[in-house]
Design a protein around this ligand. Structure first.
Ligand code: GLY
Ligand code: MN
Ligand code: MN
Length: 461
């Protein structure tokens, strides 16, 4: 399938989903350009769903798609003067042949095109909850159509949310998307390897420390030299105790021999994110307490990987990881058994959340926390444990299918506290890999960087 055919096929699948839900016209903008400071903008990043449907990367563009499958792209007109400053613009004249849409218009004609195509449609479909100001714009298009009622113009009866339809489409990746994700993971894995090696070389060369931003620079270098757009999210490079701050971003903290370093970083390639975490000893050798907790997190991840297969539920991986971690907390004395009871007590009371307070994974795709419903919306609610030691009645989590992509990222984060063995204080460990659900299990696509403690030590020697 050519890229143009792939984008056309996605538009047709979306149109079919709209048709099955009553039909109408979808209006989908790309992302806005955003000011960073004064007259500097943040680098432009297209909207993930817009790009999924068009492959078009310019700002100020809109896709109109009706439920019969007819598409129209509105984009910036050619402008030789502006193109000297900002670069090439495709322009509406070339858009049909280049992008394979059925029609194109200039931005100046957008409102007219929307109103013409919206008249007589049963519904206006918008990606809700994504674009600031879109709802107000929609009100103005609808108001104008209603004001033309006496001329026989029919405004849509309803506004519908396109986001769940887009999320369902994007949740199961096709073969091309999976290949892009595999390539993104390979680049990111290489970047993690590079950072580990850099750390080992630096600390063994007599220089006693290095700073988080130096490792971040190594990651960036590796992303960009392989053609990745950049990081898919702010890289976390956490020296020692900083690893216990879940959203720590690479700063200027020093990484010292004897400490662990946690790196959570992944590149974005052709619009797809990767998301990998490794935790390694700065000096290349895990201490005994570090290794003890590392092996525990690794065992929890292995349980999560085993629980990730078609027919299992998305939440099963978390439950499996929690069981291993909770048992490990009892075995290591992180949670003294005389105060916390047995494994089921630790899970039922959510006591494990003192050291493992986040989920075990999320959907991965164009967005690092990708779109996709986590609950099985077509099933009845059931009574189930919540994460805080209580019970909750809610829909079960959804059943995994081939083509879904998840992260598997258990961790342990030990802050100093009374009763917590001191040799574990300030250790923060997370191991995160990306996995594609296959016909029989899952394919872990991010293992281009070692994950076994011995293999990490070997790499850093
Ligand atoms: N790096 C973001 C996450 O792991 O969810
Ligand atoms: Mn993640
Ligand atoms: Mn991550």
């Amino acid at each position: 399938m050519t890229p143009l055919q792939r984008f056309a096929e996605r538009r047709h699948r979306l149109a079919a989903a709209m048709a099955a839900a009553g039909g109408g016209l979808a209006v989908i903008p790309t992302a806005p350009e955003r000011t960073r400071n004064a007259d500097n903008d943040f680098p432009f990043r297209f909207d993930s769903s817009f790009h999924y449907l068009t492959g078009f990367t310019e700002p100020q563009a809109w896709l109109l798609l009706d439920s019969s499958g007819r598409s129209l792209l509105a984009c910036r007109p050619r402008d030789p003067e502006r193109e000297i400053w900002d670069g090439f613009r495709l322009g509406p004249q070339a858009a049909v042949a280049t992008l394979g849409v059925d029609a194109a218009c200039s931005l100046a004609e957008l409102e007219t095109c929307i109103e013409q195509r919206l008249a007589g449609q049963p519904a206006l479909w918008l990606p809700c909850g994504v674009h600031d100001g879109l709802a107000a714009q929609a009100e103005s298009w609808m108001g104008r159509l209603r004001s033309l009622a006496r001329h026989g113009v029919e405004a849509p009866q309803a506004q519908r949310d396109l986001s769940p339809l887009l999320a369902e489409l994007r949740l199961r990746k096709d073969a091309d998307e999976l290949n892009t994700l595999r390539r993104a993971c390979a680049i990111s894995a290489g970047a993690h390897v590079r950072a580990m090696r850099f750390c080992a070389e630096r600390l063994s060369s007599g220089v006693a420390s290095l700073r988080e931003y130096e490792l971040e620079a190594e990651l960036l270098h590796e992303f960009r030299r392989h053609g990745a757009h950049g990081p898919a999210y702010s890289s976390i490079v956490a020296a020692g105790p900083n690893a216990c701050v879940l959203h720590h971003v690479a700063g200027d903290a020093e990484l010292r021999p004897g400490q662990l370093c946690l790196i959570d970083a992944g590149c974005e390639l052709d619009g797809y994110a990767s998301d990998i975490t490794r935790t390694f000893p700065a000096s290349g050798r895990f201490s005994a307490p570090q290794r003890e907790l590392y092996e525990l997190v690794l065992a929890a991840q292995a349980a999560a990987v085993a629980a990730t297969r078609p027919g299992a539920r998305q939440r099963d991986a978390h439950a499996a990881a929690v069981r291993v971690l909770a048992q490990g907390m009892l075995d290591t004395g992180l949670l003294p058994a005389d105060r916390h009871g047995g494994l089921d007590d630790v899970i039922d009371s959510a006591a494990y959340r003192q050291f493992f307070m986040h989920g075990t994974g999320h959907w991965l795709g164009r967005d690092v926390h990708d779109v996709g419903e986590y609950l099985a919306l077509d099933e009845a609610p059931v009574d189930q444990p919540d994460d805080r030691g209580g019970r909750i009645v809610k829909k079960p989590s959804r059943v995994l299918q081939p083509g879904m992509v998840v992260t598997l990222e258990p961790g342990l984060y030990v802050r100093p506290a009374p009763g917590v063995p001191e040799h574990f204080w300030h250790l923060g460990i997370r191991i995160e890999d990306d996995a594609v659900v296959t016909a029989s299990g899952c394919e872990v696509i991010s293992r281009g960087v070692p994950v076994q403690a011995d293999d990490i030590e070997a790499l850093m020697r």
